[in-house]
Design a protein. Structure first.
Length: 250
């Protein structure tokens, strides 16, 4: 997969509210160029594309298909897998309020949390963010767990590659974030999301997902072909300017 022209996605004249973002090619041998693009993106807004990340498009399509299989289950089945105290499992529509100041209702989306699998009898089981995942039974969704565990591993691998570029952009040793207390023993969360299709109406306080800043070190966000993701590059601007992020495969 090639980066869009001029290293960034260039919006057409007919789509003035589509964001132009730097694109980092993780297969490129020009490390300094990747460092420069990432550093500039982080200084400007914190958002950028990554391509040629090593996860095949065929597998990404399978992950999206398997995600749809889960969300297509009857609500009675999904509620059996409700999010537990370790923050693993299903979150129903309206369960979360990401922007309680402006939202009248919760987010019009449902989700599913998957983390590092830690046996309940293991030494880390009582630590925050560690524990066993909640899984649909093999009878309900054959092969589902295996697909999601594989994707979790591969996405973590991509995060570690990006972290090395971030380290260089900060003038640190390339393996700085590989230390045990950071990505050497990480607590990554994979979250599947399904938006029900209701159009957000800010005037009425209705949002698919309220405005928010993610927590943690970094977020890798894979999208389907439906426009919906928006970003605000300057949260302190008045009024804020929200731009669509165009889907990009690869």
């Amino acid at each position: 997969m090639e980066c869009p022209k001029n290293e960034a996605f260039e919006a057409s004249q007919a789509s003035q509210n589509i964001s132009a973002l730097n694109c980092i090619d993780l297969s490129s041998a020009d490390v300094q160029n990747s460092v420069s693009l990432l550093k500039q993106a982080c200084l400007d807004s914190g958002f950028f594309y990554v391509v040629n990340h090593g996860i095949s498009q065929e597998f990404m399509d399978e992950v999206f298909y398997q995600s749809k299989r889960f969300f297509d289950l009857p609500i009675s089945e999904k509620m059996k897998l409700l999010r537990n105290k370790k923050n693993r499992g299903y979150t129903p529509t309206l369960d979360e309020h990401l922007d309680p100041v402006n939202q009248i209702h919760g987010d019009y989306k449902e989700g599913y949390y998957i983390g590092i699998e830690v046996p309940e009898s293991g030494p880390d089981a009582q630590k925050p963010f560690y524990g066993s995942n909640v899984w649909p039974t093999a009878d309900t969704l054959p092969g589902w767990r295996e697909i999601m565990e594989k994707y979790h591993r591969e996405a973590l691998g991509v995060a570690k590659v990006i972290a090395r570029i971030i380290a260089l952009a900060l003038n640190l040793e390339v393996d700085y974030f590989d230390q045990q207390e950071m990505l050497g023993k990480p607590i990554p969360t994979l979250r599947l999301l399904h938006y029900e299709g209701r159009v957000s109406d800010p005037v009425k306080g209705i949002y698919g997902a309220g405005a928010h800043s993610d927590f943690g070190f970094m977020t890798l966000l894979a999208t389907d072909d439906v426009y919906g993701l928006q970003i605000c590059k300057d949260k302190d601007a008045k009024p804020q300017k929200w731009e669509f992020v165009a889907p990009l495969k690869g």
